[in-house]
Design a binder for this molecule. Sequence first.
Ligand code: HEM
Length: 461
Amino acid sequence: PALTNIPQPPAKPLVGNAFTVDAERMIQSLMELAEEHGPIFQLDMMGTPLIMVSGADLVAEVCDEKRFDKTVRGPLKRLRLIAGDGLFTGDTDDPNWAKAHNILLPSFSQKAMGSYLPMMTDIANQLMLKWERANSDDVIDVPKDMIRLTLDTIGVCGFGYRFNSFYREDFHPFIEALNRTLGTTLNMRGIPGEKLFKGDQIKQLHRDAAYMNNLVDEIIRERRSQGGDGPEDLLDFMLKGRDAVTGERLSDENIRYQINTFLIAGHETTSGLLSFTIYYLLKNRDVLKRAYAEVDAVLGRNIDRAPTLSEIGRLPYIRAILSEALRLWPTAPALGLAPYKDEVIGGKYAIPKGTFTTVLIPSLHRDTSVWGDNPEQFNPDHFTPEAEAARNPAAYKPFGNGQRACIGRQFAIQESILVLGMILQRFDLFDHTDYQLDIKETLSIKPNEFFIKARLRDDVE
Ligand code: HEM
């Protein structure tokens, strides 16, 4: 092994651990290895060491930003084809990262969220109408409807574009191209360079990238031609904003990369969260009952009136339910880090400068020293203010870490509380297949083939 002292699953000559992990279910495979080998283990990927960390105390050390920085490698690096030096795929020391971070922070602030609420509600209403109008035997494809919802929401709040996913059976061509690109760049995982891919796949990849980049460039051009009178969305912030430190603006190319980034980072993660949450509610009737009681008390029975910002802030149990779903299945399940210089963590594990060190978040979120002996149990009371205050902050990292943490966190939480609140206000939900959780892994994770039925509650007004 390259690194002494750090446990490693049995390796084969030359290839090392290249086949230890099941590529189709990589995260679940790594979780099993963490279960077996403990809070830190290493894999030898054909000579390159990969370190997987999932114990809360060790994670606290690798989340120390003075010692470790985010590193963009593997599938994330290949995503630069469409996400370039945008926030998610940019390096921390790239001047464009700091510039965009400074310009975009205000557009994701708590204050800015109020201006997105009417747009979020507009899209949420489309989902409600669809479910209200379904016949009693119609089956709802939960993950697919949640993708429609989150995609259309980021489209409208991001740059005033309507994908109109609720008005079509398949996805908008942009999304088809995005999904193909994500699939291809992800499956290239572990394969050095593009050479091993078939020529037509590579051609398709570049065709898709060109199509997406052109569509977004066109939106930017159009908005510029409106002379600043467009809607108050993220694009507006990006076109008008100046970096307070350098006084500079973002280039049109960088704005394009940010828009692609928001589409990638913002839709599968939030939709996965909503799908997992509905799954857990259906399997935990006592939690569901408390959720209905809170929604009824705060939002009332009149469904013609949309939830206000203040009401969304007064649904702490709904918020705790979402936090707990993100504990068990953090939909962005891994963080890639590397130390600035040779490091020792846990007092004995040496990690040489630059070594790829991954935080395996679903395993971190099951660390029994923090979450108790039965971490698989769905319990929103993990997120009472008292429980949160008493806990090691490194034990819960669904939105990443430090300055490289998720900029869209408030956005995702507001959207999720709004949508879940509106669903519970309106519908009885039925787990008619007695669904058994099956997880589909792409860049994010979500329930696979999850269908329910919904019926308007008898007592709606
Ligand atoms: C970064 C999770 C929703 C935009 C991240 C990271 C995580 C994460 C773990 C850090 C990634 C890393 O270290 O490599 C989530 C989850 C979400 C969510 C679980 C929903 C439940 C959103 C939304 C947006 C967004 C709605 C945009 C509207 C971003 C961006 C970054 C990021 C731009 C990169 C930030 C930076 O490094 O400057 N997210 N995210 N995310 N997220 Fe999210």
